[in-house]
Design a protein around this ligand. Structure first.
Ligand SMILES: O=C(O)/C=C/c1cccc(O)c1O
Ligand SMILES: [Fe+2]
Length: 316
């Protein structure tokens, strides 16, 4: 029974609209350090908390949280497509344990996931199917959204389950930090887009997929020139948020409402609830020690890009 945590921002704009080489090298260094630490830990099981961007979860049924007993990555923005290696019985047991803890997580026996899940598996493990992984969806874009408190309680429940396993468990949180890419919203969508958001977007025609990808890339190019073309990044908040997690003060976040959070750091910053869930899961193993914090605001990638690791304070 041991655990390691790695939280990492994702962004599908890598390789599409890149920052200067010095920033790229710094990011590469942070990811390489994370990957080396994970290799040394040699996880037997990965529990991955990640969001979706209307590629697998829609308003036909939109859960706050969902555990997959099987999952397929669609390969958006050039990320790896294919099946994740999900241990079905273990994922079922995880869902049962979380529900028994009082957190009403949904289950999916055919979870469809996007770059939010695929990118950290590629960057940190070398591919989406290299290790057994329990995928845990945390809704980070579709209002109404879960709160910081519920994300924490989800994470604690998952952590208690993980602690009971005789396995080396890697906990990953994928997403954030401050950012607001042009993800559509039901409240402002036209009839066609509303239909897509309600479920017909699950299998987008290739021309719409290409237009969607192009829209995000174009928005990034404009954002580099004009930081007010989208909600501005908020490095000060991002650093404070990372320090809050590193210092084990997860409950301090409970008081921050969702509208307040959107105003602070953009409508997609709710992806940071994956980080909260991952840290809460680690807290079930006892006090922890955070390390290797990395942060850069990267407008080219439309994100405050962060990386943060942690392990139980008792670990050697
Ligand atoms: O358009 C999408 O599907 C998402 C884009 C995006 C852009 C920048 C940072 C992120 O976390 C994203 O998911
Ligand atoms: Fe995202």
């Amino acid at each position: 029974m041991s655990a390691l945590l790695q939280c990492l921002s994702h962004t599908p704009l890598v390789g599409e609209v890149d920052p200067e080489q010095a920033v790229l090298s710094a990011v590469d260094g942070a990811i390489a350090a994370a990957r080396a630490r994970i290799e040394r830990f040699d996880p037997e099981l990965v529990i991955l908390f990640a969001p979706d961007h209307y590629n697998g979860f829609f308003y036909d049924v939109m859960p706050s949280f969902c555990i997959g007993t099987a999952a397929h990555a669609i390969g958006d923005f050039g990320t790896q497509a294919g099946d994740l290696d999900v241990p079905e019985a273990l994922a079922e047991a995880c869902a049962g344990s979380v529900l028994a803890s009082g957190v009403d997580v949904a289950v999916s026996y055919a979870m469809q996931v996007d770059h939010g899940f695929a990118q950290p598996l590629e960057y940190l493990l070398g591919g989406i199917d290299r290790k057994p992984v329990i995928p845990v969806f945390v809704n980070g874009v579709a209002r109404p959204l879960p709160s910081f408190q519920r994300a924490r309680l989800l994470g604690e429940a998952v952590g208690r389950f993980a602690r009971g396993l005789d396995q080396r468990v890697l906990l990953i949180g994928s997403g954030g930090l401050s950012h607001q890419p042009p993800v559509p919203e039901l409240a402002t969508a036209n009839a066609h887009m509303a239909d897509r958001l309600k479920g017909s977007g699950r299998h987008l025609p290739p021309d719409e997929r290409a237009a969607r990808t192009r829209r995000v890339i174009d928005a990034a190019r404009v954002f580099v020139e004009d930081p007010h073309s989208l909600h501005p990044l908020n490095p000060e908040w991002d650093r404070r948020f990372m320090a809050t997690l590193a210092e084990g003060r997860l409950q301090d976040l409970d008081a921050i409402g969702n509208d307040e959070l959107s105003a602070l750091a953009g409508k997609s910053t709710h992806e940071v609830k994956t980080w909260v869930a991952a840290f809460a899961a680690l807290s079930a193993f006892g006090p922890y020690r955070a390390c290797d914090g990395f942060y850069r605001p990267i407008p080219e990638w439309i994100c405050g890009f962060g990386s943060l690791a942690a392990e139980p304070a008792t670990a050697a």
